[in-house]
Design a protein around this ligand. Structure first.
Ligand SMILES: [Zn+2]
Length: 189
């Protein structure tokens, strides 16, 4: 998944101007996208780095009260998605290398777009499957399983979890819901 995201992020046209840093992150949608694609732990890092430049991983970890190793791991994951840049510099006193990190706010828009495109694709595939099997779904009364006709027939319409007889499920509502989600997402910027 990260591979796909990265490919899409990198495909952005180079002529596009970077938006001002604050504007790019002001919308909470970006933080939600970050949480969904990289995990909740990325959110405080993004919030902390907002408006700053070249901050060492130690300072970041200290400021958000997290372990430096987990912060570093997350920063590299963010770098994989092209959301941060860094440079390494040897610390003269300590004798080891320290990385200094800066957000690439212009790329948050592309991450959001790539995430949306991926979600839309998943929903369309699901819709296609529901439409191709319309009226052919069987479901456990306790919702343990939901199967297409062929698979339900294979197990003689008995739930493998609880043994109850599977019931025919009209999936018209599911189809409607999927269509609704798709058009809602398509309409969102
Ligand atoms: Zn069951």
């Amino acid at each position: 998944m990260k591979q796909v995201l990265r490919a899409q992020v990198e495909k952005r046209p180079s002529v596009q101007k970077a938006r001002p840093l604050e504007a790019a992150l002001r919308r909470s949608g970006h933080l939600r996208t970050v949480a969904e694609t990289l995990g909740e732990e990325a959110v405080p890092i993004v919030q902390y780095l907002k408006g700053k430049k070249n901050i060492s991983e130690f300072k970041i970890a200290d400021s958000i009260r997290a372990e430096v190793n987990s912060v570093r791991k997350m920063l590299y994951a963010m770098q994989n998605s092209n959301l941060v840049s860094y440079y390494r510099k040897k610390d003269r006193q300590k004798g080891w290398y320290i990385s200094y990190w800066t957000l690439k706010p212009e790329n948050f828009d592309y991450l959001a777009l790539a995430t949306k495109a991926q979600r839309l694709q998943q929903l369309r595939e699901r819709l296609h499957k529901e439409e191709a099997n319309q009226g052919l779904f069987y479901i456990c009364p306790q919702l343990d399983v939901r199967l297409e006709f062929d698979k339900a027939a294979e197990i003689s319409f008995k739930c493998p979890e609880c043994g109850a007889t599977l019931q025919h499920q009209d999936n018209v509502k599911t189809i409607e819901q999927l269509k609704g989600k798709i058009s809602e997402l398509e309409g969102k910027k």
